[in-house]
Design a protein around this ligand. Structure first.
Ligand code: NAP
Length: 524
């Protein structure tokens, strides 16, 4: 691998940063891969170019035409897939299976929006809901409309999904007619940059519709104007900076935040250790702890079981975790690769120590050593299961997200206590509930729905069908209240709301008819 300086596609041309560059590193081997920089690039020019050239050209097209472009992007990504897997292995240290979550997840999401967009037809605006009568005479009514925002969408993304993180946002933005500028997290910017390069080279989109700027985030938020939007994914600390920026606080730039989250799994108190529900629960917890080495914002961090099943659950999860081999993902016997870099390695080790103030260690795979990886160089951490029999007394267990293969088993005394403990996450992306009792699933959803963007219910009848606690499906909402950032993404065509402005047109039926003639219908 070379240490080439990755180019930025900005203001409609490829531009190299000048001066200081940051080096991306293989998290298993510790070797240098590529460099990124945007030093010296005129940010104002790039944002204005995207708004005018990219935005105007996109909005001149119909939803159907833009949906067709998404389909063409899918074809480009499929054609170049092998290269993306290589980059993912090298830069994210992931196994093929874990790289697939990022790469195939992106392709699936784009394909879904291509299909959804096709249904919106040859229109430039969307009707939102039915006409509403304003008085006795039906001649004068209100029709709500959605028009694409005439600005740019800035995406500031996290390191753990360089592929999906780009396309799950870009698909609804481009379909809406809004140009995209993506700033990938530096640690894994390579895959994002390469995908943008392939799509730009394929000349599918109007120039300026898709730009990538790698390296420092300095100055990007300063470029935003009232009709722009910013979609951020990352830590709560950086989210705070984004939210407090004058562009958001003073210019009403629309802002979507996807932040960290202490997601839960809840086992029905009526479960027995011999049941299918128990097996499904244990498998899902282990899967969530180990997929992408636990570096998923949706991963299960807190595992709630009735006190009577605490020991049995600890034993069952431990038995499965013991089989997880950790190390170099190029070795076919390895089940779990690395964290993204040594910095995250140290963060996760420190995070485990923090949780240990309130939890005991039920299993620590780090004693078993690594396969084909040097522990002094690589960013590999084996799964760690912690446990607490008194989670009501805990603080950090409900507060500290350790972004790695770590979860804490917690014993609850009764279901009301379990609900209260889950709520101490202060708003999460997702929780999963495991039960063969539909009424239990329904009452849990009623109790905890307001605290979660998504509730994933696993029962034996859907054992072979369910999509996984941590997998984000394009048709379902992604995002969570409170600490999870308060954002909303995906959810099918709901995602288009963020990229459109809603207007209430109050007019005569004749004027509303004229408007409706060339409008699509947003059917949710
Ligand atoms: P991060 O450190 O907050 O970085 C996220 C992004 O923000 C990166 O692109 C980073 O650029 C950029 N950034 C850093 N400082 C900034 C500033 N002052 N102004 C503007 N942008 C700035 O988060 P991370 O470590 O990459 O990601 C891990 C976290 O993301 C975890 O807590 C995880 O839970 C969360 N996450 C949430 C979701 C979700 O959908 N809710 C999904 C994935 C991850 P640099 O890389 O150049 O510093």
């Amino acid at each position: 691998m070379s240490t080439e300086l990755l180019s930025n596609f900005f203001a409609g041309r490829w531009q190299s940063g000048q001066g200081h560059a940051q080096t991306l590193v293989d998290p298993v081997l510790g070797t240098a891969l590529v460099q990124v920089s945007n030093a010296g690039i005129d940010l104002s020019e790039g944002f204005e170019f995207a708004r005018t050239q990219g935005g105007e050209a996109l909005r001149a097209l119909t939803y159907k035409q833009r949906a067709q472009m998404l389909s063409e992007i899918v074809q480009v990504l499929i054609a170049n897939k092998a290269n993306y897997y290589d980059i993912s292995t090298a830069n994210s240290g992931t196994t093929v299976k874990d790289s697939a979550v990022d790469i195939e997840g992106a392709i699936f999401t784009l394909s879904t929006y291509a299909k959804l967009g096709d249904s919106l037809g040859d229109s430039h605006v969307l009707l939102d809901g039915e006409r509403i009568r304003m008085g006795k005479d039906p001649l004068f009514q209100t029709q709500h409309l959605l028009s694409p925002t005439p600005g740019v969408a800035l995406f500031i993304n996290a390191f753990n999904f360089p592929s999906w993180g780009l396309w799950e946002k870009a698909a609804p933005a481009l379909l809406s007619g809004v140009p995209v500028i993506v700033k990938p997290a530096t640690a894994t910017a390579w895959l994002t940059q390469k995908m943008v390069q392939d799509v730009v080279d394929a000349k599918i989109l109007p120039v300026g519709a898709l730009s990538v700027i790698c390296g420092s985030s300095a100055g990007l938020m300063d470029q935003l104007k009232p009709f722009d939007v910013v979609s951020f994914t990352g830590s709560a600390d950086t989210a705070h900076i984004i939210r407090s920026h004058p562009a958001v606080a003073q210019k009403s730039v629309r802002c979507n935040i996807e932040a960290d989250s202490l997601n839960s799994a809840l086992l029905d108190p009526a479960t027995t250790p011999e049941s299918d529900v128990f097996q499904l629960f244990v498998s899902e917890v282990v899967r969530e702890m180990t997929v992408k080495s636990g570096q998923k914002c949706t991963a299960i961090r807190r595992v709630f079981v009735p006190a009577t099943l605490y020991e049995a659950t600890a034993a069952a999860i431990t038995a499965k975790l013991k089989k997880i081999t950790v190390g170099n993902p190029r070795n076919e016997s390895v089940r779990m690769g690395a964290l993204v870099n040594r910095e995250q390695y140290h963060n996760v080790i420190a995070g485990i120590e923090t949780l240990k103030q309130e939890a005991s260690v039920l299993f620590d795979g780090n004693a078993s050593g690594l396969q084909d990886a040097d522990p002094s160089v690589s960013a590999c951490v084996a799964p760690v299961l912690l446990g607490s029999t008194s989670p009501a007394d805990a603080k950090v267990l409900h507060d500290v997200e350790v972004f790695g293969p770590v979860a804490t088993l917690m014993a609850y005394t009764d279901i009301q206590q379990a609900y209260a403990l889950i709520q101490r996450g202060e708003g999460s992306l997702v929780m999963s509930v495991y039960s063969d009792n539909p009424s239990f699933i329904a009452s849990t959803t009623a109790a905890l729905g307001s605290h979660h963007g998504r509730i994933h219910a696993i029962s034996p009848d859907v054992a072979a069908l369910h999509t996984g606690h941590g997998n984000v499906m394009p048709g379902s909402l992604h995002g969570g209240p409170g600490r999870a950032g308060g954002g909303e993404e995906l959810g099918g065509l709901r995602a288009l709301n963020f990229y459109h402005r809603r207007t209430a047109l109050q007019a005569s039926s004749a004027a509303l008819d004229a408007m409706a003639q060339n409008a699509g219908v947003l059917k949710l």
